[in-house]
Ligand binder design. Structure first.
Ligand code: RB5
Length: 172
């Protein structure tokens, strides 16, 4: 297994233009990300990933993003999937909802630098995307950068995450 080894049960696949390895990925979207999700699932499966789809499974124009994003985020937190992809119209609601789940570090991403640096420095495990903001080609570049990155898992990065974890929920 190479430096990006994901451990037992994960088959290693080296992608031509990315450092990503094949992994189990969760994905969820409301109506604002419904069409984009379908394209992303197809592309990720074609690239060798195992994709768990948490819905929406049909287009319903007034469905609610927490109904799909939260089950997917819980699967990430439990380790049932290694990374998560959350899509709504802007990506904002998906991000707010996903970050409610303990163990999830979600961020709204629109650039490739943040897509990999968010993982490397901050251990981001859910990428949030706006289906009405970014197009399919850019989204796939963002996702490939996200999946190809690994947390640095050393000194100051661990220290910062420990400080984040130590933050208690506060009443207003
Ligand atoms: C739905 O219209 C839209 O509000 C939702 O997809 C998302 O953008 C929320 O942040």
């Amino acid at each position: 297994m190479g430096e990006n080894s994901e451990g037992e049960g994960q088959h290693e696949v080296r992608f031509k233009y990315s450092r990503e390895v094949a992994m189990r990925i969760g994905i969820a979207a409301d109506h604002g990300g419904f069409d984009l999700k379908k394209q992303v699932v197809k592309d990720l499966e074609a690239a060798g990933h195992q994709v768990e789809d948490y819905g929406a499974y049909e287009f319903i124009a007034d469905d609610d993003y927490p109904d799909f994003i939260v089950p997917m985020a819980r699967a990430v937190a439990r380790g049932e999937v290694k990374r998560g992809i959350a899509i709504c119209g802007s990506g904002v609601g998906a991000c707010v909802a996903a970050n409610k789940i303990k163990g999830v570090r979600a961020a709204l991403i629109t650039d490739t630098f943040s897509a990999h640096q968010g993982v490397e420095d901050d251990d981001m495990n859910v990428i949030c995307l706006g289906g009405r903001v970014v197009g399919h080609s850019l989204v796939m570049e963002l996702i490939r950068a996200f999946l190809g990155a690994n947390f640095k898992n050393t000194g100051r990065f661990i220290r910062r995450l420990d400080k984040v974890r130590a933050i208690k929920m506060e009443e207003a």
